[in-house]
Design a protein. Sequence first.
Lengths: 142, 142
Amino acid sequence: MNANKYILKIKEAGLKVTPQRVAILKVLTELNNHPCAEEIAEVLKKDFPGLSLATIYNTLETLAQKQIITKVQSADGKLRFDARLDMHHHLHEMNTGKIEDYYDEDLNSILQEYFSNKSIPGFIVQDIKLQIKGEYINQKLK
Amino acid sequence: MNANKYILKIKEAGLKVTPQRVAILKVLTELNNHPCAEEIAEVLKKDFPGLSLATIYNTLETLAQKQIITKVQSADGKLRFDARLDMHHHLHEMNTGKIEDYYDEDLNSILQEYFSNKSIPGFIVQDIKLQIKGEYINQKLK
DNA sequence: TCTTAAATGAGAATTATTATTAAATAGAAA
DNA sequence: TTTCTATTTAATAATAATTCTCATTTAAGA
């Protein structure tokens, strides 16, 4: 039932359930590292030789279109993806370029409160995410 | 004196002041549109034929390194830049992919207040920016 | 001026992404 | 089940974005 979590999501979106799609969604979810296509290929090539990069790009685009995953905004000029759809934020580590998740319920409440009162003229807000730029003390390699 | 604003910034960073650097910084500042290298080239090619794309990439990278400009986090897989360093946020228009500035002093106060109390363990915050995803009502082409 | 380290331009090289198309296959229907 | 067909995949060509290389030019200090 746990392994079927991915199958279910794909099926519910009206997409055909293929081993490639399931594997890509699984890896993206478990890596939880905002990987680009290349990084997903790297992980999958052991269990999945013959998986084409083009398929990875296609699949990620398709899953994003169906809102099963999202595109991550990054400063490195690569397409990056995220399987987490719940409200969370991103720590951008300046030295390494890594993007880590930052969960903060208090912050979420404050933001929701603020934007429920103050709206942006003509603009319908769908999602709010903080990019928090900074660096770890002591080169901590988290 | 106004035109020298750019010269001054470049000089203060310890960089050589070249016409190319001044022009690129000027265009980036005046466009205020989070352009990529290609878009800057497009604008400059009239007044500046012979300006190499490589020079634009180099210059943008150099200026970013010296913190005269910043790299913009985008979802389109391109390197984008911003000459505005003051605290502001970005509206990401879902249909067009455009990134617009969003200034909000009240919001800034709330964020500064919040993060001055609650720190992120081991992490030194340098900048906070909201990515506000959404869309304009009525296809408004701002 | 002269000198020199740094910057530029031109284009090659590399990397990232998209497009094309023949072969394979998921899933609906028989 | 087996058949059928629209979708999906793999392979690779094509394109787009970025970086690299290196000969030439130039900013700026002596």
